[in-house]
Write a protein that binds this ligand. Structure first.
Ligand SMILES: Nc1ncnc2c1ncn2[C@@H]1O[C@H](COP(=O)(O)OP(=O)(O)O)[C@@H](O)[C@H]1O
Ligand SMILES: [Mg+2]
Length: 243
């Protein structure tokens, strides 16, 4: 363990899916510590694949992943990483699998050694923090897309991660839920990496921007993140978005 080591580091990560002629990811080098990073890049450029490699859901052909300076090698190492990094899937249906919201949110804490009572308490608190009080017994698969996204976020926050990896979190959200998600992420004050095509969302939640280009993750220092004022029929009067 190196004390000054970054929380997460990728060294020379390369990856091809079977049958691909040229590598999708080619010698990706990246490190991050206490930062809020946005990642942009065309569809199919390998952003989701990179997240899956970091989380140990896919195995890189080459290269190393380091957590706090320690190279991850065994299943146990990746289990430890999954206690540290919370991964929000691009599609919430891939993340939610229990009949009720409470069971889904309690699954992580239970899996990481909490007692049923502790898992229930932390789940109720997490749902409350996300404005989902009263959702405990709701049937997960009947929730709206936006509700599913927030419940999926609750399933990772209930594990008290040190960093979040969010894959296109604002996709298909109505403006109210999108604003709520921005507020939640700002309040969490956790380091995160957010993949998104929504530049205003990234400007509201991130301080550095990277792009996935030709199989590499490159900083876009020349692009300054800034949010835009938006225009709509309600003018300057106080109003609710999405109404
Ligand atoms: N399981 C898979 N098998 C083969 N090819 C895949 C698989 N998953 C993704 N791909 C391909 O790899 C490329 C990168 O996918 P992905 O990482 O999802 O891109 P992004 O998230 O940047 O849109 C795409 O061309 C996609 O079709
Ligand atoms: Mg993707």
């Amino acid at each position: 363990m190196t004390n000054n080591a970054p929380l997460l580091e990728l060294r020379e990560i390369s990856y091809s899916y079977p049958g691909q002629n040229s590598p999708l990811l080619q010698n990706v080098n990246f490190k991050t510590d206490n930062e809020q990073i946005g990642v942009i890049g065309p569809n199919g450029s390998g952003k989701t694949t990179l997240f899956q490699i970091i989380m140990g859901l896919l195995q890189a052909d080459d290269g190393k992943i380091l957590l706090h300076g320690n190279t991850l090698e065994t299943d146990k190492d990746f289990f430890r990483l999954r206690c540290t990094l919370g991964f929000l899937f691009q599609d919430s249906n891939d993340q939610l699998f229990s009949p009720t919201v409470l069971e889904d949110v309690a699954f992580g804490p239970l899996n990481h050694g909490a007692t049923p009572r502790e898992a229930r308490e932390i789940s109720i608190l997490t749902l409350e923090k996300l404005g989902l009080k009263g959702f405990e017994e709701r049937i997960t698969h009947r929730l709206s897309g936006g509700e599913k996204k927030l419940v999926a976020l609750a399933t990772i926050l209930s594990m008290t991660p040190k960093m979040l990896l969010l894959d296109e979190p604002s996709n298909n959200l109505d403006p109210t839920t999108r604003d709520r998600l921005i507020t939640i992420l700002r309040e969490q004050e956790l380091p995160h990496i957010i993949i998104s095509h929504d530049l205003d969302f990234l400007a509201s939640t991130c301080t550095r921007l990277f792009t996935m280009h030709n199989g590499q993750l490159l900083p876009c220092e020349e692009k300054e993140l800034h949010s835009h004022e938006h225009v709509h029929p309600y003018g300057h009067k106080p109003h609710q978005h999405g109404t």
